[in-house]
Design a protein around this ligand. Structure first.
Ligand code: PEP
Ligand code: MN
Length: 345
């Protein structure tokens, strides 16, 4: 990890770095942080002579070797002061960052989505979610429809709130990037799809786009989750949000096993914001508020919550998991009071 004296190196300075790196079969990747660029050495970076030659360049402040399986995500990396900004919000500052909206947008009833979006804005959410293309366990269940993208874009236009949309393949990714979707969601089923993670990181690099990376349902260790996020950053996009969303259930009565207690571990090991999804963690609207409060107490910077103006009329997970905009308002107020006493590393 190379940290320059200026906020961004010139082409000529990058050429000098690349010249040195290539002598050691390495290359250089520019990573655009919020306030400055840092430069990662790709390849076998453990070469002392290469380090010394780079450190000797007049425009370099420091060169660090981080002994970590995830050197860019590590709290000790040059990105440690990177702040993810979505719309007007700096994640982690002020109040919990709340993403709200239906599991799935019903393309036949755009008004249900639009009314929900306006009601959620009133409730105090900072971003809207809505499934356009859906990963469904059952191949005969509703799979989503590109028409729904128009609906969530209209909701962004009308409310001014940034939007979160899940993408499952490169075709959807390109459509979402063309539409300037603010938050690309990578779902639990693709959490370890390394080629998709690389495509998402590479094609969204250098811009404002953020990525909400959900924890795989079967992923056991925090390190495996962080390493998946490393793929995104190593391709050039550091605007990553880590999203615990429950793992394979061990308790009868929950859809998944709530894993919000992973949050302090993630906060200790990485600099990345944690945005917990209590809806999929518990799978039942009645438990969403308590899971949200627990998540914030454990140190979550935000929450991604399924919400619908009339859950019974929703599709996908909404009839069982979505909370109403009124319940969202109450939940947000309750979380703000826990926020003051939350865990911070
Ligand atoms: C969703 O957010 O609606 C979803 C499918 O999430 P997950 O990938 O966590 O199951
Ligand atoms: Mn869902």
């Amino acid at each position: 990890m190379i940290i320059p004296k200026s906020s961004k190196l010139t082409k000529d300075q990058i050429n000098q770095l690349e010249g040195i790196a290539s002598d050691f079969d390495c290359s250089i990747l520019e990573i655009q942080g919020r306030n400055r660029c840092v430069y990662a050495i790709l390849g076998d970076e453990g070469r002392e002579v290469m380090f010394k030659r780079i450190a000797g360049l007049s425009f370099i402040r420091t060169v660090e070797m981080i002994e970590s399986p995830y050197k860019l995500m590590d709290r000790r990396s040059g990105l440690s002061d990177h702040i993810v900004k979505i719309g007007k919000n700096e994640i982690g500052a002020g109040n919990p960052f709340i993403i709200g909206g239906p599991c799935t947008i019903d393309p036949e009833q755009p008004n249900l989505y639009l009314e929900t979006a306006h009601a959620l804005k009133e409730s105090g959410v900072q971003a809207l979610r809505g499934g356009v293309w859906k990963p469904r366990t059952n191949p005969y269940s509703y799979q989503g429809d590109s028409k729904s993208l128009e609906i969530i874009l209209q909701a962004r236009e009308e409310t001014g709130l940034p939007i979160d949309v899940e993408v499952m393949d490169v075709e959807q990714l390109k459509i979402a990037l063309d539409a300037k979707v603010n938050i690309l969601q990578i779902g639990t089923r693709n959490a370890l799809n390394y080629s998709l993670l690389k495509d998402v990181g590479r094609l969204s690099a250098g811009g404002e786009t953020s990525i909400l990376l959900k924890r795989g349902r079967h992923v056991a260790s925090p390190d495996e989750f962080i390493a998946a996020a490393e793929y995104l950053v190593a391709e050039g996009n550091p605007n990553v949000l880590l999203c615990p969303r429950g793992t394979t259930p061990a308790l009868d009565g929950y859809r998944n096993h709530p894993d919000e207690s992973i949050t302090p571990l993630l906060k200790n090991r990485t600099w990345a914001p944690v945005v917990v999804d209590p809806s999929h963690s518990v799978g039942h609207s009645d438990f969403v508020k308590s899971c949200s409060l627990a998540a914030v107490a454990y140190g979550a910077d935000g929450l991604c919550i399924e919400s619908h103006i009339d859950p019974a009329k929703g599709i996908g997970d909404d009839p069982k998991q979505a909370i109403t905009p009124d319940a969202m308002k109450d939940l947000i107020e309750a979380c703000k009071s826990v926020w003051k006493n939350r865990y911070t590393p």
